[in-house]
Design a protein. Structure first.
Length: 248
């Protein structure tokens, strides 16, 4: 299996789903599209909850102790949020969405532009913050097969249909984010030569689940959380696990 095949299939699924969703969305009333978005928000909340439960993973507790996992997730979110805020990641992601919108949808009004940006940001976060993104991409790079990314491609394809029905072509543009994030992780897998220890992966999964809660709150229009600013938490989490484990 050639490394990167899983990401290529994932990108194709997102693009195909976005095209189908856009064609379907034009035939649905706005109320129905809003309901679809609310449904996606609820499903995202369910996925987030199951991922966040990794904070109870026994492998993580064995390495850092029973009282540390929650503190590690808390520290990851706080430190990652500070770093992301200083780097203005949310603004940069939105800026990239606006740039792509200007290139791909010339002449669109401000409402259409905002829908494009929102679709790009939300879809990018959902497609790239889950545990399958990390573990699947690393395993693909290590030559262990791309089965996990094939599963993710199927899930993302169906999600892209629903998202594009509500947000339009911004969802298709999120394929660029998938290429960059999953492609980078696949290259990291090739260079690392081994998967992350299970404790480190559990910390990343739990932290990623918490970030997905923020995405769900955005979809449900409860609160506009700058989730992109929190993305560095996914890098901070395994570092904190290593520090706590070394200090024991």
């Amino acid at each position: 299996m050639i490394p990167g095949t899983g990401t290529a299939v994932n990108v194709a699924a997102v693009l195909l789903g976005a095209v189908l969703g856009k064609l379907l969305g034009n035939r649905l009333p706005e109320r129905t599209r809003d309901l679809v978005t609310d449904g996606l928000g609820l499903v995202t909340l369910l996925i987030a909850a199951t991922s966040a439960m990794a904070v109870l993973d026994p492998d993580l507790s064995d390495v850092v102790g029973t009282s540390a996992p929650l503190l590690i997730v808390l520290g990851s979110v706080l430190i990652g949020g500070i770093v992301g805020s200083l780097l203005r990641l949310e603004s940069r992601v939105e800026g990239l969405g606006a740039f792509l919108q200007r290139r791909l949808s010339r002449g669109a009004d401000s409402v259409e532009r905002q829908r494009f940006i929102e679709g790009f940001v939300v879809a990018s976060l959902i497609f790239c913050t889950g545990p399958l993104t990390i573990l699947g991409s690393l395993n693909d790079g290590l030559g262990n097969g791309a089965d996990q990314l094939y599963l993710k491609a199927a899930l993302d394809g169906f999600a892209a249909i629903a998202f594009a029905a509500s947000f339009g072509w911004g969802v298709a543009a999120s394929a660029l984010t998938v290429v960059v994030v999953q492609g980078g992780l696949t290259v990291a897998g090739v260079l690392l030569g081994d998967v992350l220890p299970s404790a480190h992966l559990a910390a990343i999964t739990a932290t990623g689940g918490l970030l997905l809660v923020g995405v769900a709150l955005r979809l449900l229009k409860i609160r506009e959380i700058a989730v992109a600013d929190l993305l560095p938490a996914l890098l901070v989490a395994p570092a904190l696990v290593a520090i706590v484990a070394a200090a024991r």
